[in-house]
Design a protein around this ligand. Structure first.
Ligand code: FES
Length: 213
């Protein structure tokens, strides 16, 4: 017997994932990593500006079979829904739509749903739809950085000690990263940090400096 007996629905979505791939010029996007296993999922959205319906959605999975299957199912559940409706999709619904996941794999569906919610949030921030205008603090920034992956090992840049310093002054953010400026992943990390922080409503400038040897 296999240690994680997947049902037929899960296996079918794993073998033929729907809406898989990268989207060019998405209206909203997010990459989420799971603290439980270090796997990642990216979600991309195309949204109708008038009625806020998700017209297209794609995902990329860097995780296990459950991650791929839940990515597939949440994109099916979210397509055609409004942003408000999509935000309400729960990991339990995703897991039920898959006919159930082994208990040990619950975090995989949590990860996919978090990816969807963050992509919706990203859209809302970029389109001035976030109403609760809480001022950004260092803690907010720190949380955002926990969603920036360190491509060297697939964990976030905070947990892997890549963030050497973080300052915030009058809407200007400066992040120092312990990688050499000519490192092969420097540009990717910089882009990811800017992507995660720039949409915050009161942030005016984000500077990423590389201070590694
Ligand atoms: Fe990591 Fe499933 S084990 S997402």
């Amino acid at each position: 017997m296999t240690p994680f007996p997947y049902n037929e629905i899960v296996l079918e979505h794993f073998r033929n994932p729907r809406n898989v791939g990268k989207m060019e010029n998405p209206d909203g996007k997010a990459t989420e990593g799971s603290p439980a296993c270090g796997d990642m999922v990216a979600v991309y959205l195309k949204v109708n500006e008038e009625n806020k319906v998700i017209e297209d959605i794609k995902f990329e999975s860097y995780g296990c079979a459950s991650n791929i299957a839940t990515g597939s199912i949440i994109t099916e559940l979210a397509k055609g829904k409004t942003l408000e409706e999509a935000k309400k999709i729960t990991w339990k619904e995703a897991s039920e739509a898959l006919g159930g996941l082994p208990a040990l794999k619950a975090h995989c569906s949590v990860l996919a749903v978090e990816g969807l919610r963050s992509a919706v949030r990203d859209y809302e921030e970029r389109h001035g739809l976030v109403t609760e205008r809480v001022p950004t603090t260092l803690e907010t920034l720190h949380k955002r950085l926990k969603h920036v992956m360190n491509p060297l090992c697939g964990l976030d840049v905070v947990r892997t000690d890549l963030v050497k310093s973080l300052t915030l002054e009058d809407g200007a953010v400066k992040v120092e990263i312990a990688l050499p400026a000519d490192h092969q992943f420097a540009a990717v990390v910089k882009e990811d940090i800017k992507d995660k922080i720039e949409p915050l409503w009161d942030i005016k400038d984000v500077v990423v400096e590389f201070v590694g040897e």
